[in-house]
Design a protein around this ligand. Structure first.
Ligand code: ADP
Ligand code: MG
Length: 697
């Protein structure tokens, strides 16, 4: 029997395959490109392409594609076969270095936010050799960046790579100050925990809302939801277990380090966490994971829902972005050290993150803003829309002691002086792991918990890397060239704590009192996507992101437009779907039921005139009122949708949608859900919440 180690990464053109299939010279050149970004010679590219093609063909591939991540948030591919005609009428399989390095998909329909006029719309894809090529189905997929001919990034990978480089640049300056001269680079690592729902495909197919929008737009609360907490970490049902086994196998073949799986809080909700890897690869792998999750589900007669809020009344799905920085020697810069020197360095990196989160709360909020995630943030199941950092009591006490020049009451009563004293050895906060904090320090990494389940993790990590790079830059600017390094360092850490301690919050983030407290502290609270998105173009944000070389100003403008446009489109599709379901399915179903009750009442009366029909009478009256209300709510919603055309700028349109369309959708839903509770099951036209949430066994 094949074991996992036999087939792990079998569909990946990884280091093992490169070593085995490339000549020593070619391998060395390619490694140099991967590790240090050196330019690749065309003869080397030809050799790599040929080896890749031979390997792929031997593994059953017939096509190749440049695999990229346009601003739609999902991945894109356009397949070309390897075939080239030979003079004798047959074909040979060919793939050149040129085709490997650069592609020109006719990708003019991807959103570019005005970065490209349609006449110059083509854009090109460029190989990212730092992420391995892999085979999916019969296609060799080559991870690529996607840019316009003017050089602007049209994707999420390019700014992510730039942000990693920005952080590397600044972190290296700091490490040099601490005398770490042997370090070649600093990389950020990410382990994204992915939540999802699994429901039965037959039921899914009966719900237009799930098909068109990924979430249920109607649905009365079932008698049982998640109140017993009996699903969380519960025994995994056989059908789900088979799904998970199949999913793991597919992911392992693709070199994805799928590690942990369990049931989540809501019924039908599950989670998959991989072992962390370099941010760029973690991002590619998370995109791949989401895709494979959906593909494998259909093989099992299931549908995997990645929407942030597929069901009202039970938890939605998020993605926890576990993030850290480490040197090429494998030293995690967020691990408290054992010597005074290491500790001072740890505290500086920790402070850099605190300062980054405080200074760029808005950017982190923007990075997770979508119409779907707006339903989760602040809904008592996910962190609020307010950013704060959880450090745990012990580390917070250490920072307070430093700020106030007070002794720290650890094991030993010491007045901490950075660079001189050893910090008390603090344990990972495992006992009171705070699950309500949007940004929690968990011992040697930060866990950013505001991401929605369908979000690409690229956006959050771009902003996080850039903001931390900015803190480190300011530190390095200050510290380079000072005479008394230890004193300057101590003062700077003190100042950071004083200036940014408002962002530290160790309490319950779901508590209403915290939102008031956060307001008092001056923290921003952008509840919705239209609230936060325009701040992407605030001067301080544009200045930082452009000076760190992560985005150009035009690229930022395009992102702002595209994100708001996505928001508007997503909500409008939902509104149209609601109207469609209400008019074509729900009202007519309730009418049928009402007519049936009327018939029953008439039959009863005919049978014996003195039989009371109070029940039928009451129900028909109530349902008729609801039918009228549903019709009028549908009319209101339809009219509101028509007015969207009146807006010619995207910000006012998004605000209108938030203020007018969403409340009208809520009103229609309330009426329909009430009608559902009074209508006989056999008449209700779509599967209910109870059936959807408890239907997979
Ligand atoms: P929990 O659910 O308790 O938060 P999990 O074990 O489900 O923990 O997920 C933790 C995630 O954090 C995993 O993906 C893991 O690989 C990742 N992780 C662990 N250490 C690091 C690190 N140093 N940097 C980034 N991610 C990390
Ligand atoms: Mg977690």
């Amino acid at each position: 029997m094949q074991t996992v180690s036999d087939y792990f990464g079998s569909m990946v053109f990884d280091d093992r395959v490169m070593r085995a299939t490339l000549s020593a010279d070619v391998y060395r050149s390619l490694k140099k490109t991967i590790d240090r970004g050196a330019q690749l010679d065309i003869s080397v590219a030809n050799a790599v392409a040929n080896a890749m093609k031979d390997w792929a063909v031997a593994h059953g591939a017939t096509h190749y594609t440049h695999w990229f991540q346009p601003l739609t948030g999902i991945t894109a591919e356009k397949h070309d076969s390897f075939i080239t005609p030979a003079p004798n009428g047959s074909v040979i399989m060919e793939f050149s270095g040129k085709e490997l390095i650069k592609g020109e998909p006719d990708a003019s329909s991807f959103p570019s936010g005005g970065l490209r006029a349609t006449f110059e719309a083509r854009g090109y894809t460029a190989w990212d050799p730092t992420s391995y090529a892999f085979i999916k189905g019969k296609t060799l997929c080559i991870p690529t960046a996607f840019c316009s001919y003017g050089g602007e990034a049209l994707d999420k990978k390019t700014p992510l790579l730039r942000s990693m480089e920005a952080l590397n640049r600044q972190a290296m300056r700091i490490l040099k100050l601490f005398g770490n001269t042997g370090v070649k680079c600093v990389r950020t690592s990410v382990g994204p925990e992915q939540e999802y729902f699994l429901i039965d495909k037959e039921m899914y197919d009966k719900r237009k809302d799930l098909i068109y929008t990924g979430r249920t737009l109607f649905g009365a609360k079932p008698p049982k939801g998640q109140e017993l907490d009996d699903h969380y970490f519960g025994v995994i049902k056989p059908r789900v277990e088979e799904y998970m086994a199949d999913l793991n196998e597919e992911l392992w073949k693709l070199g994805v380090l799928a590690k942990t799986e369990h049931n989540e809080v809501a019924p039908a909700q599950h989670e998959l966490a991989p072992i962390y890897s370099t941010t760029n690869i973690a991002t590619d792998h998370n995109q791949l994971t989401m895709e494979i999750m959906q593909k494998v589900a259909s093989r099992h007669g299931l549908v995997c829902l990645l929407h942030e809020k597929p069901f009202a009344g039970v938890n939605g799905s998020g993605k926890h972005n576990n993030w850290s920085m480490a040197t090429d020697k494998g030293v995690n810069l967020l691990t408290p050290g054992e010597t005074p020197h290491e500790n001072a360095q740890f505290l500086l990196f920790l402070c850099a993150v605190l300062k980054a989160v405080d200074d760029y709360q808005d950017l982190l909020r923007i990075a997770v803003a979508t119409a779907g995630n707006d339903h989760r943030l602040g809904a008592n199941e996910a962190p609020p829309a307010v950013l704060s950092v959880f450090l745990g009591d012990e580390l917070t006490a250490v920072l307070e002691a430093i700020e106030n020049d007070k002794p720290y009451f650890g094991k030993k009563k010491t007045q901490l002086k950075l660079g001189v004293d050893v910090l008390p050895l603090f344990q990972k906060d495992t006992t009171d792991r705070n699950r309500t904090s949007p940004f929690a320090f968990t011992g040697n990494k930060f866990e950013f918990r505001m991401l929605g389940s369908s979000n690409s993790i690229a956006c959050a990590n771009i902003m996080l890397n850039a903001a931390v790079a900015e803190s480190l830059k300011q530190y390095a600017d200050r510290l380079e060239g000072v005479e008394d390094f230890n004193t300057a360092l101590h003062l700077m850490i003190k100042k950071t704590i004083k200036d940014h301690k408002r962002i530290i919050f160790n309490g319950n983030g779901y508590d209403e009192a915290w939102i008031k407290e956060a307001e008092r502290r001056g923290l921003s609270n952008y509840r919705t996507t239209p609230d936060c998105m325009p701040h992407l173009l605030d001067k301080k944000n544009v200045d930082m992101l452009t000076s760190q070389g992560v985005y150009s100003e035009t690229e930022l403008k395009s992102r702002c437009d595209i994100m708001l446009d996505n928001y508007c489109k997503a909500v409008l599709i939902e509104a149209e779907t609601m109207v469609d379901m209400a008019e074509k399915q729900i009202v007519s179903a309730v009418e049928k039921y009402v007519s049936k009750i009327c018939e029953t009442a008439i039959t009863k009366k005919n049978f014996a005139a003195d039989i009371s029909c109070d029940y039928e009478h009451g129900l028909v009256k109530k349902l008729s009122v609801l039918i009228d209300r549903a019709a009028s709510c549908t009319g209101d919603l339809k009219e509101a949708v028509v007015h969207v055309r009146d807006f010619c700028d995207i910000i006012s349109e998004a605000n209108y949608i938030r203020d007018e369309i969403l409340p009208k959708m809520g009103a229609l839903r309330a009426v329909v859900d009430e009608a559902e509770t009074m209508t006989a099951a056999e008449y209700w036209p779509v599967p209910t919440y109870g059936e959807l949430l408890f239907g997979v066994r």
